[in-house]
Write a protein that binds this ligand. Structure first.
Ligand SMILES: [Zn+2]
Length: 143
């Protein structure tokens, strides 16, 4: 492991400690309207003001094993995968990145940044919307 990776891991640990200090009781937002507002705020501006039940799914140890963890964690924090799950529910994936593209546009990434993100998603097994959930989000959450 390079020095750079070690440093990233240390930073991640620090971030988790900070987060735990900020949310000692982890007050989870339950009101549906407030949840929706928080999700939209994170998607558009990236500002995290309240704790969502979804946040606790994130597995730092597991995510940090991925060499794209910085970008993938950012997408998780900004609710990209959450929104993709919402959009896919009740639909059959048409095996394109159509929905992901819509969400990244809503997130106001530049075209260049979007292309970079899509490359990272593909590299991690996300060649279409459903594969992003099955192959990429799954590398960040759970055991
Ligand atoms: Zn698919």
């Amino acid at each position: 492991m390079s020095l750079g990776n070690g440093k990233r891991t240390a930073n991640r640990e620090k971030r988790r400690e900070l987060r735990e200090q900020q949310n000692p009781e982890l007050e989870v937002l339950k009101d549906r309207k407030l949840v929706r507002e928080e999700v939209n705020r994170r998607l558009v501006s990236g500002s995290k003001t309240m704790t969502l039940a979804y946040d606790s799914l994130f597995n730092y140890e597991k995510a940090s094993l991925n060499k794209d963890s910085a970008l993938l964690s950012l997408l998780f924090d900004r609710m990209f995968f959450y929104r993709l799950n919402e959009k896919l529910s009740g639909l059959t994936c048409d095996h394109t990145l159509r929905l992901s593209d819509q969400i990244l546009t809503q997130m106001q990434f530049s075209r260049g940044k979007m292309n970079e993100i899509l490359e990272v998603l593909k590299r991690n097994g996300g060649h279409c919307d459903c594969e992003i959930i099955y192959n990429v989000e799954s590398q960040l959450i759970g055991k």
